[in-house]
Design a protein around this ligand. Structure first.
Ligand SMILES: Nc1ncnc2c1ncn2[C@@H]1O[C@H](COP(=O)(O)OP(=O)(O)OP(=O)(O)O)[C@@H](O)[C@H]1O
Length: 258
């Protein structure tokens, strides 16, 4: 049984004056522990698709199943890492990362110790009593990842989590996130415009067409790239080959006025 299955997903947004079809007939599946990317031009419906998978939007047609059960509403089975960290500025880092557990009533001494240890593993020693504004953008994103992992979601949604960071921080974070998710054997979906990032981090890439988003092509990342770090992938001879093949498809897909 597949971990996540999407069947015939179609979505149209209705406004007072118009109807916008964002997604058209998307069917795909994701295995447990797999890291996949949704790559596609701006406005092709990537975020809409994530929201449907998370149960935040009810699709106009089609269904999403997580572990065989139809997803009907948002739940704590899904965790997020977004472009913005959304840490509460008036709470310390420690309070921020423990908040989810506190709200769900699952915070205990052992869990607290585990989460604080994870913060240290992310290279963030001695920041627990600080406030978000005292941390750099990259540090805040690491805190956001710890906060997400703390509640042990089954599925992680990474919606352009590195796009607001400088290039060097982004490369470092790609490595850290990839290693951490592999260690925890998490299933993850990354939404990105960045071909290199998708190749460096994924097991498979789902390339979407311009709006209305359809599944245009699936790229399977070769085994030898899947077992090395994103940084090493970027230096592997196969990386450029893959980049060219995906770029060719994207170039063909981009609207001419782009
Ligand atoms: N609430 C809404 N009402 C009407 N149209 C919407 C709404 N949300 C998104 N859309 C439209 O649906 C299409 C898909 O939007 P979506 O944000 O999912 O695309 P995306 O691929 O994530 O875009 P980007 O890469 O620019 O973030 C776009 O044309 C967008 O304008």
């Amino acid at each position: 049984m597949d971990f996540l299955t999407l069947t015939g997903i179609h979505h149209t947004y209705f406004t007072k004056t118009s109807a916008v079809t964002a997604l058209n007939d998307i069917s795909l599946d994701v295995r447990e522990g797999e890291f996949v990317s949704f790559l596609g031009p701006s406005g092709c419906g990537k975020t809409t698709l994530l929201s449907i998978i998370a149960g935040l939007i009810d699709p106009s047609d089609g269904q999403v199943k997580l572990e065989g059960k139809t997803v009907k509403q948002a739940s704590n089975q899904t965790g997020y890492m977004l472009q913005q960290d959304y840490l509460f500025p008036w709470k310390t880092i420690e309070e921020n990362i423990l908040l989810g557990l506190k709200i769900s009533g699952t915070l205990n001494a052992q869990k607290k110790e585990e989460v604080l240890a994870l913060l240290e593993q992310m290279g963030l020693e001695n920041v627990g009593k600080l406030y978000p504004k005292q941390l750099s953008g990259g540090m805040r994103q690491r805190v956001a990842l710890v906060r997400t992992l703390a509640t042990e979601p089954k599925l992680l949604m990474l919606d352009e989590p590195f796009s607001a960071l400088d290039y060097l921080t982004k490369l470092k974070l790609e490595n850290l996130v990839s290693n951490t998710l592999k260690t925890f054997e998490k299933t993850a979906i990354l939404v990105t415009h960045d071909i290199g990032e998708a190749i460096a981090m994924s097991d498979r890439i789902f390339l979407l067409s311009p709006r209305p988003g359809r599944l245009h092509q699936v790229f399977l990342i070769p085994e030898e790239l899947r077992n090395i770090s994103p940084f090493e992938v970027r230096n592997h001879p196969l990386y450029n080959e893959l980049f060219q093949s995906i770029w060719k498809e994207l170039e063909y897909l981009e609207p001419e006025e782009y």
